[in-house]
Design a protein around this ligand. Structure first.
Ligand code: HEC
Length: 113
């Protein structure tokens, strides 16, 4: 029973994240990894699971050309040219629930007995 409740919660959380976020993040995965488990161009932190408030701040600053932590801020600025404030929030929420230790196998099947 406990497992079933947990599964439901998990599925709810998954559905709650819009397909948009997933699509948006696809463009980021090339450098940051599908689960945010890669250091982009061997410079950035691992962003998977990072608190969404911090990600919003960072992405907004990159977009405005105000953040350049490792000398590659322009690369991030470019990534964000066509990304709106709403998209940034969605991306940040999506990134927060990523698990850098996950092997990318979603355990969202309902266990039925
Ligand atoms: C071409 C490779 C590339 C792509 C694609 C890319 N990034 Fe980055 N990202 C970087 C690099 C390089 C940095 C470090 C920039 C700097 O010098 O501050 C970075 C930094 C970041 C950081 C801050 C990490 C830290 O170390 O503090 C976040 C958050 C982030 N990127 C999110 C995203 C998101 C979201 C997307 C998709 C919209 C994205 N990135 C796409 C290369 C990339």
């Amino acid at each position: 029973m406990k497992l079933l409740i947990l599964s439901c919660l998990f599925i709810f959380a998954t559905i709650n994240l819009s397909a948009d976020a997933l699509n948006l993040y696809k463009n980021c995965a090339g450098c940051h990894g599908e689960n945010g488990e890669e250091s982009a161009l061997q410079k950035s932190k691992l962003i998977g699971g990072q608190e969404s408030n911090l990600t919003v701040k960072e992405l907004t600053a990159y977009k405005n050309g105000e953040l350049n932590q490792y000398g590659l801020g322009d690369i991030m600025k470019l990534q964000l040219t066509s990304i709106s404030e709403d998209d940034i929030q969605e991306l940040a929420d999506y990134i927060e629930q990523l698990d850098i230790n996950s092997s990318n196998q979603k355990s969202d099947e309902i266990i039925e007995n």
